[in-house]
Write a protein that binds this ligand. Structure first.
Ligand SMILES: Cc1ncc(COP(=O)(O)O)c(C=O)c1O
Length: 386
């Protein structure tokens, strides 16, 4: 077999992909993934949107690399702070295009700790050096951020300010402004990844960091969490000159995202009932979050500390006395899947993050409690065996 490139060999593997076979075993309860609840996709709206496609032969033609004009106009109208938008195959592709356009091998990117694994993989593939900034419950540690920016030559800071994956954290308004000011001072670009922004269960939405940035900033949006991930439609917003290289690379990469899916997505999100769907989805996920939180308080409070996230899909639990990798392996044997915290750190990091990420959107309340009971047994046994 021919050798994979060094880029690929040095890219961090996905923990979930590696344990997929085990997760799929009968009786397994998985808190490991980040899947939306498939029973809550807007089925009737999607069916209407799909039926409309039948009468539009031109939608099956090749299209523009920057995406369907009507969809781009709809997105720009909903987020008037950006000058331009391009449609991508999920927000994952938007980040990949940014990395390919703006990172030379050896360039430095800055990430939160912990950070989204899919982003770390992209930065590895771009052969970038991934630096980290310490994170607090309301956003990055500002003194550390300034220290890292002053001592390095960071190309951009990548972050998920709203209900981060994996930590569930949401940056305070003060931190958003302070980060924007520091980035302006050190002339560093910002990449705001916001797939969970619309999944807020309480409190008021906060200004995006992109809006506060005086210099270069990208805002990445996704429909995966509020409509369906299977359509693979996301977008990148920024100034026209910043987006121009992305259009060129997208052309080389996949020409354009599938037009029927873009059209179907537009019909879905512009449907008069989509707002109601979103409200119902949020209240559904909020009750699942509450079910997980009360199960953790009831069964695991001796072993974990956690903050209740105001939105998103994850609860991040810090382990008081256990080793996360050890607990994750033992949990699989007890038929519950979780992701250990150090999976969300760059590949070369030596940090041992004794935390676990728990997803609350994919299982119902009963299974969420059952999974936590299994975890509690695993932790009790692991403590008893020393
Ligand atoms: C932080 C973050 N960014 C991006 C993505 C990718 O989303 P999409 O389905 O839009 O590609 C995910 C998916 O889970 C995510 O958690």
């Amino acid at each position: 077999m021919i050798e994979p490139s060094n880029r690929v060999k040095h890219t961090k593997e996905s923990y979930i992909r590696n344990i997929l076979k085990v997760i799929q075993q009968p009786g397994m309860l998985s808190l490991a993934g980040g899947l939306p609840d498939a029973h809550r996709f807007p089925q009737s709206i999607l069916a209407q949107a799909a039926a409309e496609l039948a009468n539009q032969p031109t939608i099956y033609q090749y299209g523009a690399s920057e995406g369907l004009t009507e969809l781009r106009e709809f997105i720009l109208a909903s987020k008037p702070f950006a000058e331009e938008v391009i449609i991508t195959s999920g927000s994952q592709q938007a980040l990949d295009l940014i990395a390919r356009c703006y990172l030379n091998p050896g360039d430095q990117v800055l990430c939160e700790t912990p950070s989204y694994l899919g982003a770390l993989q992209i930065f590895d593939l771009a052969e970038a050096e991934t630096l980290t900034v310490d994170s607090e419950k309301d956003g990055p540690n500002l003194a550390h951020l300034e220290q890292v920016l002053a001592a390095n030559n960071v190309k951009f800071f990548y972050a998920v300010p709203d209900f981060q994956n994996p930590s569930g954290r949401c940056w305070s308004l003060g931190k958003r402004q302070a980060v924007a000011d520091l980035l302006a001072k050190y002339k560093v670009a910002f990449v705001e990844d916001a797939p969970y922004r619309e999944l807020r269960y309480e409190g008021e939405p906060l200004t995006t960091v992109t809006e506060l940035c005086k210099g270069d900033a990208f805002y990445l949006g996704s429909f995966s969490k509020i409509a369906t991930p299977g359509m693979r439609v996301g977008y990148a917003m920024a100034s026209k000159p910043l987006l121009a290289p992305l259009i060129k690379v997208k052309q080389a990469s996949d020409l354009h995202s599938a037009l029927p899916m873009q059209k179907m997505l537009l019909s879905t999100i512009s449907h008069p009932d989509f707002g109601l769907h979103l409200e119902q989805l949020k209240s559904h996920y909020c009750s699942r979050r509450d079910a997980l939180v009360s199960a953790l308080q009831k069964h695991l409070s001796d072993y974990v500390d956690f903050a209740v996230p105001q939105g998103g899909m994850f609860v991040w639990c810090r382990l008081k006395q256990h080793q996360a990798q050890h607990i994750a392996t033992a949990a699989l044997k007890a038929k519950v899947a979780i992701v250990p915290g150090d999976e969300f750190w760059p590949a070369r990091s030596t940090v041992n993050d004794q935390a676990i990420r728990l997803n609350f959107t994919a299982l119902d309340s009963k299974d969420l409690e059952q999974a936590v009971i299994r975890l509690a047994t695993v932790m009790q046994q692991s403590q008893a065996s020393g």
